[in-house]
Design a binder for this molecule. Sequence first.
Ligand code: GUN
Length: 290
Amino acid sequence: MQILDGKTVAAAAKEQIKARTILHKNNIGITPHLAAILIGNNGASETYVASKIKNCEEVGFKSTLIRFELNVSESNLVEAIKKLNEDASVHGILVQLPLPKHIDEANIINCINPAKDVDGFHPISVGKLVQGLDTFVPATPLGVMMMLKYYNIETVGKNAVVIGRSNIVGRPMSILLSANTNPGNCTVTLCHSRTQNLEKICAEADIIVAALGIPNFLKVNMVKEGAVVIDVGITRVVDEKKKSGFAIKGDVDFENVAAKCSFITPVPGGVGLMTIAALLENTLKAAGAE
Ligand code: GUN
């Protein structure tokens, strides 16, 4: 069993992004600039956005954080996005999700200029992804693909099972794994809350991506000997022993599953770290760098 170490892969990716950023600045005088919109003060969102901003600084990007109160109106939010769309010095725009209930998420995502859609959530980005065209790929599934590539994991012709059909992770993950690319070329089964015989389907998989958000969901009986297990779960659970008061738990029962796998990602220290590297990659792309 080998651990797929997000720390190592993300650090390597960030070093490369840092070098390409310097080249881009020297060649055409452009510094990649990410603008993040954060609404309210949800603890997890605060942490993620702070980490995105910090990582931008680390690789030499500019960043702007725009904050709104929880009760911001949809029209004010749209106005802010339009301003960023028109601002030539901003290359990437992200609106941290989830949004408050009174705001129409689809409408907000639709307002982002697709050329600046570094989250890859805009319908144009999604459409291009489905058609195998060059586009912004959502950060979490892109991070998983970067990891598979780094560790040279064979995916061609493999049976991959993705658990979870979210627009952010599961669905784009299933598209990427089935694409005619390397990594890719898997036979993909996309499972969800209404799937029957999930245990059996998982137990036949060569690659499992667990992205359903239920801690310890994937048990040892659901995993084939030698499978590759990718854990996308990042649920906060109360843990009084931790200074923060919570621990981050994955969707995989790591303790019991790990020994059975050929490769497995830990939580924390796995896919989570890759999502930031993938966002940086998208922002560099939005700024026109190679
Ligand atoms: N919330 C959870 N994941 C993400 C993400 O990748 N992008 C944004 N904007 N919000 C999120």
